[in-house]
Write a protein that binds this ligand. Structure first.
Ligand code: FES
Ligand code: FES
Length: 159
């Protein structure tokens, strides 16, 4: 049996017909064409599939699409504003916090939520905040630098 769901994704109301077992990650990628959300492990370990659900980071590979009917989602495609990349995105680019980029959408969503909650995190808080996201390329130093740089940019821009 299929269910008709409506989601507000990146500010736009979207509809999909999904079976009850459809994962949110598959719904975003295959039903809505938003392939910026990456799927690595598919069982909640790597954090690549992280999106923001009503502003809170969730693993879309562990979430059934039907359970978020009517809710608001932000994917990596929705982080940039009309004026271009968000401060978190710019900081990742500036600090070379990505190599292959596979993990990056999940990190960007996680860090966006982290800095909204704690605009001036300590090193320890940054490490804890990103501990649910795995990167196979970077060794994390530049990611940590990027989180601090993003905090600076957000403060400078008064966000
Ligand atoms: S794909 Fe969801 S946590 Fe790895
Ligand atoms: S940049 Fe390649 S997995 Fe993180």
């Amino acid at each position: 049996m299929e269910h008709e769901i409506t989601l507000v994704v990146n500010g736009v109301a979207r509809r999909a017909r999904v079976p009850a077992r459809r994962l949110l990650s598959d719904c975003l990628r295959h039903d809505l064409g938003l392939t910026g959300t990456h799927v690595g492990c598919e069982h909640g370990v790597c954090g690549c599939c992280t999106v923001l659900l009503d502003g809170e980071p969730v693993r879309s590979c562990l979430t059934f699409a039907v359970t978020v009917d009517g809710r608001e989602l932000t994917t990596v495609e929705g982080l940039a504003g009309p004026e271009g990349m968000s401060p978190v995105q710019r900081a990742f680019a500036e600090c070379h916090a990505l190599q292959c980029g596979f993990c990056t959408p999940g990190f960007l969503c996680t860090v966006t939520a982290l800095l909204r909650e704690n605009p001036t995190p300590s090193d320890e808080e940054v490490l804890e905040g990103i501990s649910g996201n795995l990167c196979r390329c970077t060794g994390y130093q530049n990611i940590v630098k990027a989180v601090h740089r993003a905090a600076e940019l957000l403060a400078e821009e008064g966000r």
